[in-house]
Structures are given as C-alpha cells and as structure tokens.
Design a binder for this molecule. Structure first.
Ligand SMILES: [Zn+2]
Length: 290
C-alpha cells in the first residue's frame, strides 16, 4: 500500500469514528429549521448546511445533506409549513456525498430536478470515488439534470442565483450569490460552496487522482470572490459562518445576526491562510515522496 493510501485509510477511519453515532441515529444532529431572511430558510442540521429558497414557482434547495439525513430534511421542510413535493430544484455546491445525499430520493419521489457544475459532474463521472465514499458505503452518485457553467445565472420563479466556479475543495465547487430582503432592505447573500481544507492535502489529491495544485486553486478562487459585498454569509458547513452560534443569538436576543458584513471577509481570509499553509506542507511532502 502506498503512503497516501494509508493516510487516506486513517483519514476515513477517523471520519467514520467521529460520525458513528450520527450514522446510526442522525436525529442527534437535528436542529429546528429557521428563517434567515425573507424567502430564505435553514433546513440543514448541526453538521452540514442546507438552505431553502422560496420562489413564485416552488422551492429551491441549496444542497441536500448526507444520505442518512433525508428524513430530517423532509421533517424540516414540513415543520416550516412547506411541502417536499414543492422542491423543484436542488442546486449542489459540489460532488461530495455529505451535500448531495437526498438528491436522488427527491428526484424519484417528487420529480425534483438536480443541478451541479459542469466541472464536478465531469469529475464525478470520471472517478465516482471522488464523490461517493468507500466500499463500506453504498452511496450512489446523484443524477444531474442540469450542468451549470461558471458565471451562469440560475433563474427560477423570479429568483436569480449567480453561480461562480470556485475550485479547490473539488474541481467544480460552485459558490452562489443572490439578493435577499429583510425588514424591507435588500442584501447580497453569499455561499462559498466548499471550504474543507483536508481535500487540498497531497495524499488526498494523489489518492483521488486530482491535480496537485488544488490548494493554489483554492487561494485563487478565494481571491476571485473576496470582494463580493456579501452581507448574509451562508455556510456550506455550519462552522463556516457560525450558523449555530448566530441562531442561538437570534433566539436569545432577537434581531438578525445573519446580517453581518464582517462574516464573509473574515471567513475568506481564514480559509485563504489555511489553504496557503496546506500549499506549503504539500511542497514539503512533494520533496519527500515524489
Ligand atoms: Zn466536500
């Protein structure tokens, strides 16, 4: 076994150990769904974000959680007073199983259509193990109805979502920007589609047959979107934008902590620094192993 295969095995074992209770009883990570702004709701859990957008023609989901949390997602939609059958589109940030989990089931049960970037759709088809997860888990790839290009405006039911390719975490991460209103004011909402830095590390890249400069690509992507005037920063995982802390604050103090112009730039700078550090570590490893 190659050194990077051993690294990957340990990485996956640690991931599974950390998630063992969650896989068995996903509702331990459930949180009540809530409103972030007009027509924008949180329907994710404590581990991974899912956002719901209400439009004139039905509902859009940004991402679809883990495969094991499909019932939590449907519960959240129902508790907000919406119907899962009204989800017309699921737009995926990237091709990883913790984000597209419910996509195929919504497609089959409700006729929901699924969209993802051209780049991640191709990458997933080229090597399904990049998107799915290990031989122990029979996670299927999502069926993609629409492939989105960089810069495309996804228009549906009067909502316009600008889709920007921000590769790094995967080859085809899509970040989303769209206007929301709250108390009569309009703000730009922004969701950076994939910020996990473990996927930038050299052994991960070798194992998944990815280009070895993904950390540098992440830095370039962050530079490309850092000046976006995002006021409502949405997470891909709750730790990206402190979703859970903001929700706690909202419950305790009222107001809307999601309206926060500092959140986006500080997140971008943090991930940028972390990506640069991984790029340095990768250079050292390359000297040692390659
Ligand atoms: Zn991911």
């Amino acid at each position: 076994m190659e050194w990077y295969e051993k690294w990957m095995r340990q990485h996956n074992m640690a991931y599974d150990k950390k998630h063992r209770d969650f896989y068995a009883e996903p509702s331990i990570e459930f949180i009540e769904p809530f409103k972030i702004a007009d027509d924008l709701y949180y329907v994710g859990d404590r581990l991974v974000c899912i956002h719901l957008i209400r439009t004139d023609e039905g509902l859009i989901l940004l991402d679809a959680g883990y495969p094991c949390t499909r019932h939590l997602l449907m519960t959240s939609i129902l508790r907000l007073g919406f119907q899962p059958k009204d989800v017309k589109w699921i737009i995926l940030t990237h091709a990883h199983f913790d984000h597209y989990g419910a996509a195929n089931e919504f497609r089959r049960l409700f006729g929901t259509k699924v969209a993802m970037s051209i780049a991640d759709t191709q990458s997933m088809r080229e090597l399904p193990s990049r998107a799915t997860r290990g031989p122990d888990y029979n996670f299927r790839m999502p069926v993609i109805d629409r492939e989105i290009a960089d810069g495309e405006i996804f228009s549906f039911g009067g909502k316009e979502i600008r889709c920007v390719l921000t590769p790094g975490h995967t080859l085809g991460v899509m970040s989303f920007f769209f206007n929301v209103t709250d108390q009569g004011k309009t703000y730009l909402a922004g969701l950076y589609g994939g910020a996990g830095i473990n996927a930038l590390k050299l052994p991960y890249l070798l194992y998944h047959k990815l280009p070895l400069d993904m950390a540098q690509r992440m830095v370039a992507s962050l530079d490309c979107v850092k000046a976006e005037p995002v006021v409502v920063h949405l997470g891909n995982h709750p730790y990206n934008n402190h979703t859970l802390e903001k929700r706690e604050k909202q419950l305790k103090e009222g107001g809307n902590p999601f309206i926060d112009p500092e959140s986006w730039p500080s997140f971008v700078e943090d991930i940028r620094q972390k990506s640069l550090k991984v790029a340095e570590e990768n250079a050292e490893l390359e000297k040692q192993y390659l």
